[in-house]
Design a protein around this ligand. Structure first.
Ligand SMILES: NC(=O)c1ccc[n+]([C@@H]2O[C@H](COP(=O)([O-])OP(=O)(O)OC[C@H]3O[C@@H](n4cnc5c(N)ncnc54)[C@H](OP(=O)(O)O)[C@@H]3O)[C@@H](O)[C@H]2O)c1
Length: 236
């Protein structure tokens, strides 16, 4: 199998899309390193099959030190972390908007900047962006800007660090722990209402997105691209 014994770093691999990617990649024989602020969650779920690293990707010095001290080469890097931030601009707390940018955009930038020197020449880097800004919706301005910024960074890096490949997955709504801060009943109503509108008739599972990440890791003819895995949300 193409990922057998490949060394994959998943930043944000302790939950949701990152964790699902760890599961499917392990099933293909990959070696997985999970980095997040509290990676022991992943250790509890996946045991000794994985290595874990405590890392806050919004902290440049931490990211730099991790890669400088890492004694090895990665075949693939995935960045799958960020916090939801759906607030209308006029109501948004500017400091929180900046914090969201610091984590998701600047964190992705730090992983690229310090991680690519530790990435094999035929390796790949994948960012998880999101369906916004490809489906314009109220109260998504900051997240849309961040996602677009990730796409711009990825497309530029695809030229700058070739032959390494750099791609983006843009998921629609996926049922992950990120949504658990919304009360269960409200969340269920939101998911079922969206599922009824989407052409595919369901919201995404983390595995739907994880399989797309693996597709990009394995397909050596894809770089600088955005893979939309959104149940057709931009169509409605
Ligand atoms: N779920 C969706 O509907 C959806 C839709 C579109 C896009 N996305 C995007 O997909 C990505 C993953 O989302 P998810 O739904 O899988 O979320 P999730 O289940 O909440 O997982 C987020 C992961 O990010 C890690 N993380 C958070 N802050 C971090 C930091 N400062 N440094 C390192 N790791 C950090 C968390 O681990 P720790 O808490 O241990 O740090 C966790 O492993 C995000 O970028 C999100 O914007 C999600």
């Amino acid at each position: 199998m193409p990922l057998r014994n490949h060394n994959i770093l998943i930043v944000g691999g302790s939950s949701g899309i990152g964790l699902a990617t760890a599961h499917v990649a392990l099933a293909e024989g990959a070696q997985i390193v999970i980095a997040s602020r509290t990676p022991e969650k992943a250790r509890a779920l996946l045991g000794n099959q994985i290595e874990t690293v405590a890392l806050d990707m919004a902290q440049e010095e931490q990211v730099k030190a991790f890669f400088e001290n890492y004694n090895g080469i990665f075949d693939h890097l995935l960045v799958s972390s960020g916090m939801p931030g759906n607030v209308a601009v006029l109501e948004e707390n500017t400091a929180e908007a900046r914090q969201t940018f610091d984590l998701k955009y600047w964190g992705s930038y730090y992983i690229a900047k310090y991680g690519i020197p530790r990435l094999s020449e035929r390796g790949s880097l994948t960012f998880i962006a999101g369906v916004v800004p490809f489906k314009v919706m109220a109260a998504t301005g900051t997240m849309a800007a961040i996602n677009f910024a990730q796409v711009a960074l990825a497309r530029t890096l695809a030229l700058e660090v070739a032959p390494r490949r750099v791609n983006v997955v843009a998921p629609g709504i996926a049922d992950t722990p990120a949504w658990e801060k919304i009360p269960a009943q409200e969340r269920e109503t939101f998911f079922s209402s969206l599922a009824n509108q989407l052409p595919v008739g369901k919201v995404g599972d983390p595995e739907d997105i994880a399989k797309s990440v693996l597709f990009l890791m394995k397909n050596t003819y894809m770089t600088g691209t955005v893979l939309h895995v959104d149940g057709g949300q931009p169509l409605i």
